[in-house]
Design a protein around this ligand. Structure first.
Ligand code: DWN
Ligand code: SAH
Ligand code: ZN
Length: 408
């Protein structure tokens, strides 16, 4: 297996630092009886020697991941709904202030963010290739184009609606390998004083918290301030602001503008300095991350096997995309986790990709409560533990594996 690839941002050499082996698609929940049709690829990550961008070594064709049956629905979490309402309010206060502002969001999913703006009568457009969730957005009164965002789409939008004051993307830009085309589209679509705002998991958090389950097919890039700043400059935009976010296990919201259009905030240099001080992409740091990942696997498997051997029962909570990496890399089958409960109708009644753990409705959780619940949706821990208070009261215990394996 080659352990280098060509950087999708700068064409430099990407050096592999961890190989998870053969993995299925994280959101490809399988219909029982159709387990022979799964798609697998080699999942490994590396860092570019030139621009430091961390990325997958192999790209999965986008149509395999994002299609009519894409199961992830953003509005399933109360905390995330509040987060995106706040985001919309903030954009209204700071960026969408002109006489007839226009915002384009790519990867709008079910309209979780745009809903607030649509309700206020703000001119908007969502670009969303996954048909099922795009229909949910449309049903909420959101204008949405069912397609992948790319330069030709940006050009069509300019022709039909004019330039955008804000281009926004949450947990989507990091999913798109073809950044050169995206940047051409953004530069054409963005008004001279407009901003391109995106938020994605922060690689510094992934390393510090060993949240290796953020690595799966959909997450092609793992952004940091240094790599985003270089990527923006190389593609004709300037990084003017960064803000750390608590959601999804720790993210950064980046703001890009046309060069010279905005004065960069001191927050950019501050966070950059922190990355430098922590030697984020130094080979020793990346090797240490790999060792921590292996340590988590050993400890989690040892715990689950001990519980099984002692006759205990473990149920998974949250059939997340992230869980696919944990399950398939660690080798957690239905013998260790009997089923996973999840609120998403499109995941229920199906099997997890690869190792085929059944996904069931949340009501199965209490019927009866298991001894342990393995919290795959650890990023929603506060919300879920509050909702499932009775499980703890009944003597149940949560198993967490980020930042380390523990029982609470
Ligand atoms: O980047 C991505 C993020 C935004 O969403 C996508 N590539 C795919 C997806 O990743 P994920 O599946 O890891 O995201 P979540 O938000 O951690 O998924 C939570 C899962 O847990 C959903 O399937 C819904 C479920 N859930 C539940 O059953 N009960 C969630 C909550 C809050 C609950 O109370
Ligand atoms: N913004 C939402 C959804 C994140 S999931 C949130 O933060 O919760 C990622 C979404 O990006 C999916 O709905 C997927 O269909 C969409 N997506 C993937 N590639 C895309 C592309 N090239 N253009 C636009 N949307 C894309
Ligand atoms: Zn590079």
């Amino acid at each position: 297996m080659p352990d280098t690839s060509q950087c999708r941002v700068c064409s430099g050499t990407v050096e592999q630092f961890f190989d998870f082996g053969r993995q299925p698609l994280a959101d490809a929940f399988v219909t029982p009886g159709r387990t022979g049709e799964e798609f697998f690829y080699r999942m490994a990550v590396g860092a570019c020697r030139t621009c430091t961008m961390v990325q997958l070594m192999e790209e999965v064709p986008r149509q395999h991941m994002f299609h009519e049956d894409y199961p992830y629905v953003s509005s399933g979490s109360t905390v995330m709904r509040a987060h995106f309402e706040k985001t919309a309010e903030r954009l209204l206060d700071t960026e969408l202030t002109g006489p007839d502002p226009f915002i384009v969001e790519f990867g709008c999913n079910d309209g979780i963010m745009l809903k607030t703006l649509a309700d206020r009568g703000i001119r908007h457009l969502g670009v969303e290739p996954s048909g099922g969730v795009a229909d949910m957005a449309a049903a909420k009164g959101i204008r949405v184009r069912k397609t992948f965002f790319e330069e030709s789409v940006a050009r069509d939008i300019v022709a039909a609606d004019g330039h955008a004051d804000v281009i926004y993307a949450a947990n989507t830009f990091s999913h798109i390998a073809y950044v050169d085309d995206i940047f051409r589209g953004v530069r054409e679509l963005l008004a001279p004083t407009g901003v391109f705002v995106f938020e994605d998991p922060y690689f510094l958090e992934i390393v510090q918290r060993t949240s290796f389950d953020q690595i799966y097919d959909e997450h092609f890039y793992f952004f940091a301030v240094r790599s985003v700043q270089e990527m923006a400059a190389r593609h004709g935009l300037e990084l003017v602001d960064v803000e750390r976010l608590q959601v999804h296990g720790g993210e950064v919201r980046y703001t890009l503008a046309h060069p010279g259009a905005r004065t960069p905030s001191p927050a950019v240099a501050e966070l950059l300095a922190e990355e430098e001080a922590r030697e984020l992409t130094h080979p020793d740091t990346l090797r240490g991350f790999g060792e921590s990942v292996e340590g988590t696997r050993e400890r989690l498997l040892a715990l689950l096997r001990r519980i099984r051997d002692e006759g205990g029962r473990v149920v998974g909570y949250g059939a997340t995309a992230k869980s696919s990496t944990v399950i398939n890399y660690c080798g957690i089958g239905p013998d260790l986790v009997s089923f996973i409960c999840d609120t998403t109708p499109a995941k229920q009644g199906r099997l997890t990709p690869g190792l085929h753990i059944p996904v069931r409705e949340p009501k199965a959780f209490a019927d009866p409560y298991p001894d342990y619940a393995l919290l795959f949706a650890w990023n929603h821990a506060d919300e879920i533990m509050a909702k499932e208070r009775e499980f703890r009261q009944a003597g149940g215990r949560w198993i967490l594996y980020v930042p380390e394996v523990r029982v609470v």
